[in-house]
Design a protein around this ligand. Structure first.
Ligand code: MN
Length: 153
């Protein structure tokens, strides 16, 4: 199944992590952005499911802009029923993207707020900062270039 992470400059910068599940993209907004750092425990706000068009969507949206910051495939772990794992509030999964890789866990803390962590596996990198890799994997553009109307490569 496919996943996408968009870097979205809205009222506040955040990254939207979206996992393809049952014909939609189940989504979390991660203010600090996903990381390979196994020491990070990141807030991930569960938001509404989005349509599959988001897999390739970048551009100016409303008063903000978004880029396809990473994409690839994901595989559920420890479950053969990912929607149920989401309902139960704990989803383990592996990402195989261009930036992100390895085992992640999303754990629900309350109905809206989840924690996103990267396990300390062979893909873990201490101190890894998503903001150090600001370009779209789709077009090579930054958010600033998208906002300025610069065409993709
Ligand atoms: Mn967003």
């Amino acid at each position: 199944m496919r996943f996408v992470v968009q870097r979205h400059r809205a009222r506040r910068l955040h990254y939207d992590l979206r996992l393809e599940m049952g014909g939609v993209l189940v989504s979390w907004a991660v203010p600090k952005g996903p990381t390979l750092d196994p020491g990070a425990r990141l807030l991930a706000v569960h938001v509404a499911d989005h349509g599959l068009a988001e897999l390739e969507l970048e551009g100016v949206v409303g008063s903000g802009d978004k880029i396809v910051w990473d994409r690839g495939t994901w595989t559920p772990a420890k479950t053969d029923d990912p929607p149920r794992a989401v309902t139960e509030g704990e989803l383990h999964f592996d990402l195989d993207g261009e930036k992100l890789a390895g085992r992640f866990v999303l754990i629900r803390r309350d109905p809206k707020n989840w924690l996103l962590v990267h396990k300390n596996d062979e893909h873990a990198v201490r101190g890894w900062d998503p903001e150090a890799f600001p370009r779209s994997v789709l077009s090579g553009r930054t958010n600033e270039e998208v906002a300025a109307g610069i065409a993709g490569a």
